[in-house]
Design a binder for this molecule. Structure first.
Ligand code: ARG
Length: 477
């Protein structure tokens, strides 16, 4: 039993906390990361307290100066942490009060329950914005690869069931991943909107008997909205789950990109070569060049999904309002942001330095069987019902695979098809026949490229808009 310890609740307790309780209970090791948010929240709170007459302007100046100093001490690692600093809120308040007597008024009308919810919202809002910016950056890498592929007319087989299906332009393939990321941006932006709600003024759970002004606190922090219900305000961590889902879905997309790069870099596929700086070697086998970044992108998705499911399980049984279980929100959330950031940065480098083996891709795509659907569609243009056309071409494919003759020879000799149709089997011909909206042929891919560019531009503008109130609040002294 640690009898010397001064807790925030020492008035009610005869004895201090047991060491085992402290070790389990303390969140400082991981919530220290929110110190700037905690201090920003306190600044907003004391300004509001001054607005409503609960602090004098002298007391406000004193507390703000102390908050500045504490922020500097933590930022420069000069802060001396005490064993009783159970979390960042306790530590900041303790130090502010040491520096300024008026610090004892800082917690007026506030609980750690509305305080921690505020801090987690502030850090989530910022990290979501940073993540969106990184996703936009990676989209531009994919767009640049698409441009390189478009300029060179590169194409490859598209796959279903991991079987060669129909040839498509390589730019089409790169942009497919970028469109998935556009949905991630939308999800993360929506999570940001639901995060952007101020809960300061909800108190422990029931609000306050003091004349608090939650809208004023919200304004100081640049939050878009104010809570409607104090119980919900301190009990709600939906925004954490939203962020974790958005990050998991993004992680799943990065994992699928990773899986493809792993396949493409195999000797069996040989579609791409990896840059030395973004691949690893083997300690034993001198010939190896390994796609570790892509494998980690695939592996990290498991960790992200684990954070989401673990957090939802922590929340699912909790009655209103705050319960200490909710302290479990931070580690998965912070780790998810860190994991996604590292993965995106590494994939950025890996994809931008990919060497495209366009001849290998073209050779794989030029297999005449990849044009079988186009042959059937050619018959359709001559009036044959598609089901019959499918049967006619299917039979020729079966005979060609059986070794009777090449598919081109059989097509040329066919009473239904003939030499004009056989030209569809020439290298690079089939992919040019893809002309419909959003399809994988050269012209629609160029049109799609413009839409993707516009999407990236509008998402960039949306992020500026989402960030504007936050940045304005952060830049005020
Ligand atoms: N460290 C706590 C957390 O992260 C802060 C809130 C504590 N609230 C309380 N009533 N004990 O959730």
């Amino acid at each position: 039993m640690n009898q010397d310890a001064t807790t925030l609740w020492h008035g009610r307790f005869e004895l201090g906390p047991a060491e085992a309780l402290q070790a389990l209970n303390d969140s400082l090791p991981f919530d220290r990361r929110m110190f700037r948010d905690d201090i920003a929240g306190s600044r907003a709170h004391v300004r509001m307290l001054t607005d409503v007459g609960l602090l004098t302007s002298e007391e406000l100046a004193e507390v703000l100066a102390a908050l500045d100093q504490v922020e500097a001490e933590i930022a420069t690692d000069e802060m001396v942490w005490e064993p009783t600093d159970e979390d960042i809120h306790t530590a900041v308040e303790r130090r502010v009060t040491e520096l300024a007597p008026a610090g004892a008024k800082m917690h007026t009308g506030r609980s750690r329950n509305d305080q921690v919810a505020t801090d987690v919202r502030l850090i989530t809002r910022r990290e979501l914005s940073d993540t969106i910016a990184l996703v936009l950056r990676f989209q531009k890498v994919l767009l640049a690869k698409a441009d390189e592929a478009i300029a060179n007319d590169w194409y490859l087989p598209g796959y279903t069931h991991m079987q060669r299906a129909q040839p498509v332009m390589l730019g089409h393939h790169f942009m497919a991943h970028a469109w998935a990321l556009a949905r991630d941006i939308d999800r993360l932006a929506q999570a940001l909107v639901r995060t952007d709600v101020s809960v300061l003024g909800a108190g422990a759970l029931a609000g306050s008997s003091l004349p608090l002004d939650p809208a004023a606190s919200a304004g100081y922090l640049g939050f878009a909205k104010v809570f409607d219900n104090s119980l919900d305000a301190v009990a709600d961590r939906d925004f954490v789950a939203d962020a974790l889902f958005g990050l998991s879905m993004l992680g799943v997309h990065l994992s699928r990109i990773g899986e493809e790069l792993i396949l493409w870099a195999t000797e069996e596929f040989g579609f791409v070569g990896l840059d030395d700086a973004f691949s690893t070697g083997s300690s034993m086998m001198p010939q190896k060049k390994n796609p570790d970044i892509a494998e980690l992108a695939r592996g990290k998705a498991g960790r992200l999904i684990g954070h989401l499911t673990g957090f939802l399980v922590s929340m699912k049984g909790l009655p209103l309002t705050y319960n200490k279980d909710m302290q479990e929100d931070k580690e998965p959330l912070f780790d998810a942001f860190d994991t996604v950031r590292l993965t995106l940065l590494a994939l950025d480098g890996m994809v931008s330095t990919l060497v495209i083996n366009s001849d290998v891709m073209a050779e794989a795509a030029n297999s005449p069987y990849g044009a079988a659907t186009d042959l059937a569609e050619w018959l359709v243009t001559k009036g044959t019902p598609f089901r019959d056309a499918h049967g006619i071409v299917g039979e020729l494919v079966r005979r060609a695979l059986g070794g009777e003759a090449t598919l081109a020879e059989l097509v040329s000799a066919s009473e239904h098809l003939g030499p004009e149709a056989a030209r569809i089997l020439e290298p690079g011909a089939a992919v040019r026949r893809r002309t419909t909206w959003g399809s994988g042929g050269p012209d629609p891919v160029v049109a799609q490229r413009d839409r993707l560019t516009a999407q990236i531009e509008s998402d960039t503008a949306r992020l500026v808009e989402l960030d504007s109130a936050r940045l304005a609040a952060e830049s005020k002294p």
